[in-house]
Write a protein that binds this ligand. Structure first.
Ligand SMILES: [Zn+2]
Length: 150
């Protein structure tokens, strides 16, 4: 999944670059190494939390990251995040009180594997390999990429 604020605009850029066809099939220029079957634009009225669907999910406090962004051992806030996510989904604020003393926006936390919040994204279905081509990375210009199983 490619998270974005405007999935239709991003899809148009991918089509213009030859990475997708207008019918959301693989274009003449490789988007994903190993190819994919098709893509689709997904939009929701409200923001969604998108997990990787993989096991071993961990959440870390952004204030306790070590050199190179490596999470410090004691900064694991997975349990607090789970409660805060449940409250947010029930209509509460997208925030949580952290052990570091701060009240973090849930989107500012560090997720391993990567997760994110978005209202719109482009899903690539039946991806051969998770590596994006350089042409795709150039068009995406830093847009968050989320790998999801299933
Ligand atoms: Zn914290």
């Amino acid at each position: 999944m490619i998270l974005t604020g405007d999935a239709n605009a991003l899809a148009a850029k991918l089509v213009a670059a030859g990475l997708l066809t207008p019918s959301m099939l693989p274009g003449p220029t490789e988007l994903v190494v190993g190819g994919f079957l098709r893509a689709r634009v997904v939009t929701h009225l409200g923001e969604q939390f998108l997990s990787s669907g993989q096991g071993g999910f961990r959440v870390y406090c952004p204030a306790a990251l070590g050199p190179g962004g490596t999470p410090a051992r004691l900064s694991n806030t997975t349990a607090a995040f789970a409660g805060a996510l449940t409250r947010w989904r029930a209509g509460g604020p997208r925030k949580m009180d952290c052990g570091c003393g701060a009240n973090h926006d849930l989107a500012d936390l560090h997720f391993r594997p990567a997760c994110g919040f978005a209202r719109e994204w482009i899903e690539l279905l039946d991806v051969g390999c998770a590596d994006l081509s350089q042409a795709a990375l150039d068009v995406l210009d830093g847009a968050p990429i989320l790998l999801r199983r299933g």
